[in-house]
Design a protein around this ligand. Sequence first.
Ligand SMILES: Cc1cc2nc3c(=O)[nH]c(=O)nc-3n(C[C@H](O)[C@H](O)[C@H](O)COP(=O)(O)OP(=O)(O)OC[C@H]3O[C@@H](n4cnc5c(N)ncnc54)[C@H](O)[C@@H]3O)c2cc1C
Length: 284
Amino acid sequence: MFAEKFEYHAPASLQEAASLLGQHGEDAKIVTGGMSLIPLMKLRLAAPSHLIDLRKLNDLKGVSESGGKIVIGARTTYSELAGNALLRSKCPLVCQAAAEVGDVQVRNRGTIGGSLVHADPAADLPAAAMALDAELSLGGRQSRTVKVADFIVDALSTSIAADEILVSVSVPATGPKTCYLKMAQHASGFALVGVAVVLDMEGNTCRGARIGVTGVSAKAFRAATVEQALAGKALDAGTIKAAAEQIAADIRDPLEDPLNGSAAYRAQLAKVYTARAVQGALAA
Ligand SMILES: Cc1cc2nc3c(=O)[nH]c(=O)nc-3n(C[C@H](O)[C@H](O)[C@H](O)COP(=O)(O)OP(=O)(O)OC[C@H]3O[C@@H](n4cnc5c(N)ncnc54)[C@H](O)[C@@H]3O)c2cc1C
């Protein structure tokens, strides 16, 4: 099916993009990779009459270090994230999650900003962003920052206002002990479960763990109960399995999708993949 007719804009600055959003309000949509928005438009589930393409905004692309944080431009594609040297050395979890998205075409077009604003409950980057406690910078007519946990409010729903643009995503530097592990739905690549882990280790003792989970609930979440069960423990197969078993306590609004995987199936996968992802981070 073809999309409804729309007017195409390619502003040359953030200010121009914001002014177009202000002018056209709810009739306008930002497009970056188009990997989620264009299929929705072709299915007529979205019909913006103005499409604002950020392709000329090169300031929204790339990875840099600032004030002890790693700042990722919202237009940076998954392929660029997966291969980025700074991220590989200082925050490898982002590379690991980006490398698991869809297929090569999707990774070459789709962006971290599009992923976080679209907030698909089975998307990969939200799990990594949750584990990293990422901070999002929004621009447009006004600027503000927001933690990812406060930004994603529900399935396909965020706190972004109609006239706001996601500019960048800040993540902390971590050690090398990170892992993103996912069981993908074979046709789409989307996560039936995806688990992102950051471990802070002193010898064999876990000083702290941060775990983000996707595919299981209406939105990505932190597995706080599992994190607490790991903290302060010497990690071995038994402790890791016992901690991962507790993930049921962290699952709210379970995804009930019998065609691709029931809530009970996803909850069971979450236990298994959490244990494997912690093992993976430990071995990294
Ligand atoms: C075949 C296929 C397989 C896929 N498999 C996976 C998968 O395995 N894992 C996964 O995580 N995802 C998967 N995806 C989705 C993909 O990751 C998309 O790239 C992502 O959901 C949206 O990113 P985008 O840059 O394409 O955004 P777009 O489609 O351009 O936009 C998505 C939404 O975000 C808004 N938006 C985008 N950028 C900004 C911004 N900077 N500021 C404000 N609003 C913005 C748009 O207005 C729109 O509402 C798949 C998609 C396809 C088509």
